[in-house]
Design a protein around this ligand. Structure first.
Ligand code: G3D
Ligand code: MG
Length: 173
């Protein structure tokens, strides 16, 4: 089938916040605990019809190789959006968000950012409130904020589709 656009979307954030799990949930519709391999530079693609336009959401999951300059260039090249991800049960991953945002803006100045607070099924272990997430997103120029659970699937598709929708709007303008 034909499609009109391919949108390159990155998943950024500290280790173990659930980036690979979010992609797996969105692409394969399942959650797998235990060892999860992060595939190097192979993007995952999902076809979507957004507001009547067929697009490919091409998801690039960070794996660590981006520390090397050549890989970093390939990773960020042509990226239109990023899900900046933290783990609501580990404040440290929230405190590191600025680093990820600076990195994204340096490498791709016009990139659109959505803030994603993952693992919201672990309410008892929560260290970052919803309000803090919302506040941070507003202050740091993110176009959206959403709490997700790759485990239950809550809001996962919503996060990716909100990103797709926002990119579509901007490219069609
Ligand atoms: P990363 O790709 O950002 O490094 P992973 O993170 O997707 O590998 O996930 C790290 C760990 O968090 C994994 O635990 C995974 O199962 C778990 N995880 C990811 N998302 C969620 C979520 O929404 N809820 C809960 N409860 N756990 C989640 P293990 O123990 O499997 O290594
Ligand atoms: Mg991973």
């Amino acid at each position: 089938m034909s499609y009109k656009y391919t949108f390159k979307i990155l998943l950024l954030g500290d280790g173990a916040v659930g980036k690979t799990s979010l992609v797996q949930r969105f692409i394969h519709g399942k959650f797998q605990s235990g060892y999860l391999m992060t595939i190097g530079m192979e993007p995952y693609s999902r076809f979507e019809t957004i507001d009547g336009t067929r697009v490919v959401l091409q998801l690039w999951d960070i794996a660590g190789q981006e520390r090397f300059q050549s890989m970093r260039t390939i990773f960020f090249k042509g990226s239109l959006g990023a899900l900046i991800t933290y783990d609501i049960t580990r404040r440290k991953t929230f405190d590191n968000l600025k680093t990820w945002i600076n990195e994204a803006k340096t490498e791709s100045p016009r990139i659109m950012l959505i803030l994603v607070g993952n693992k919201n099924d672990l309410e008892d272990m929560r260290e970052v409130s919803y309000e803090e997430g919302l506040e941070f997103a507003k202050k740091n120029g993110c176009i959206g904020f959403i709490e997700t659970s790759a485990k239950t699937g809550e809001n996962v598709a919503e996060a990716f589709l909100q990103m797709g929708k926002s990119i579509l709007k901007s490219v069609e303008r």
